[in-house]
Design a protein around this ligand. Structure first.
Ligand SMILES: Cc1cc2nc3c(=O)[nH]c(=O)nc-3n(C[C@H](O)[C@H](O)[C@H](O)COP(=O)(O)O)c2cc1C
Length: 371
């Protein structure tokens, strides 16, 4: 049977399991329409709040590149350098809910069969703040949003009751998810921060609150590098920086480790994987760990703002992979490598004969480490 890329995730049918994640590629109606035209199975809007926000003066995102010859890392674009990561300190959408609502309706009218997820964010410090979550959720679903993604993970929020500060508190996660579930008629996904000791704890909070899926990862807290010539941070405003978020290739293995913890702890739950995906071989990791969908940001930002080549390579790569293996749906290989991740003590040691108790040679002998 010819492979199908269609999946059902949290009860929603996707033409393919690839979504643009909540970020600049999904910050406007025109971008989202172009994304659907290019073939993305779903789109998560840039996070929507009740009130407009004001970003820092200066660039909100830049890309760190590695020089393969010298190993130098820099945000300056140099010929022959390879993408290492994105770094951003962008806040949620600078357009408030009133701007978004008619656009959500128009996008759904134009592409009724594609999945439009509204990413929303409010505070959690008072009953009034919690009601804001409900206001946002009801408004977006009334205009046709197919699902809601709760932003519990934005890494640059000063407020203690917002973004990743909620995402670090199992109880707050549970309360916010429950409050949204009280009014939601559509599936509710919780996007968690990777910046905690054991993400399983926070995921349990989300599931207790009624979450239909967990989304991971948002960007990892980080700062830009210091330029050795100027002694200034490569991104700064008036010489100052604050913690921002790292995305792109550098976070693929980090995000996979988080996802492996999640899918092993909750094998029957739904997960959407994000972090460092550019082509199908990257996305495959998330599927093999048990994810039902995969989201992309950095690679799409660098490809005509919405990733027309990225989505073509994801779907093309997936069809070729499935044909080669004789698989017809994602479920044929979803979760296939989940149980290969075990505790360290379960990894085989050399047998007694080959093991010299650490007494032979000192440390790593020269020549033992190869790349
Ligand atoms: C400039 C920028 C802005 C972002 N804004 C949001 C946002 O508003 N809401 C959100 O949930 N995630 C946001 N993200 C995180 C991305 O959706 C995604 O989780 C992260 O970049 C990791 O994916 P990647 O490695 O494909 O970039 C943003 C990322 C970047 C780079």
């Amino acid at each position: 049977m010819a492979p199908t890329l269609a999946v059902t995730f949290t009860g929603l049918r996707f033409e393919n399991p690839f979504l643009l994640s909540s970020a600049p590629p999904t910050e406007s109606e025109s971008n989202i329409l172009r994304a659907f035209e290019a073939g993305w199975g779903g789109v998560v809007t840039k996070t929507i709040g009740l009130h407009p926000v004001v970003n820092v003066a200066g660039p909100k995102t830049k890309f760190l590149r590695a020089n393969p010859e010298t190993g130098q890392l820099s945000m300056q674009k140099r010929p022959g350098s390879a993408l290492h990561s994105s770094w951003n300190w962008e806040l949620i959408s600078d357009k408030a809910i009133d701007w978004w609502l008619p656009r959500i309706a128009r996008i759904k009218q134009a592409y009724p069969a594609r999945i439009l997820v509204a990413s929303i964010m409010a505070g959690s410090g008072s009953d009034e703040e919690l009601r804001h979550w409900q206001t946002l959720a009801k408004a977006c679903q009334d205009e046709g949003a197919d699902a809601l993604e709760l932003n519990l993970s934005c890494p640059h929020m000063d407020r203690k009751d917002m973004g990743s500060n909620i995402g670090k508190d199992q109880e707050q996660i549970s309360i916010v998810t429950h409050v949204v579930k009280e009014v939601a008629r559509v599936p509710v996904w919780a996007k968690l921060t990777p910046s905690t000791t054991d993400i399983v704890v926070e995921a349990r909070g989300a599931f207790l609150g009624g979450a239909d899926a967990i989304v991971s990862s948002n960007t990892f807290p980080s700062i830009p590098l210091i330029d050795p010539d100027t002694l200034e941070f490569e991104m700064n405003v008036d010489g100052l920086v604050s913690s921002g978020g790292l995305g792109g290739p550098a976070i693929l293995p980090l995000s996979l480790a988080k996802m492996a913890q999640l899918t092993n702890a909750f094998p029957d739950k739904a997960f959407s994987g994000i972090g460092g995906v550019t082509d199908f071989s990257h996305a495959l990791n998330y599927f093999l760990l048990g994810c039902g969908t995969v989201q992309v940001c950095t690679a799409a930002m660098l490809d005509h703002a919405i990733g027309p080549h990225v989505i073509a390579s994801l779907t093309g790569g997936m069809v070729a992979f499935m044909e080669k293996r004789g698989w017809s749906t994602v479920d044929d290989f979803r979760g296939l490598r989940r149980d290969r991740i075990v505790t360290h003590s379960q990894i085989r040691r050399p047998d007694a004969k080959a093991y010299h108790g650490g007494y032979e040679g000192e440390g790593y002998a020269a020549g033992e480490i190869r790349n």
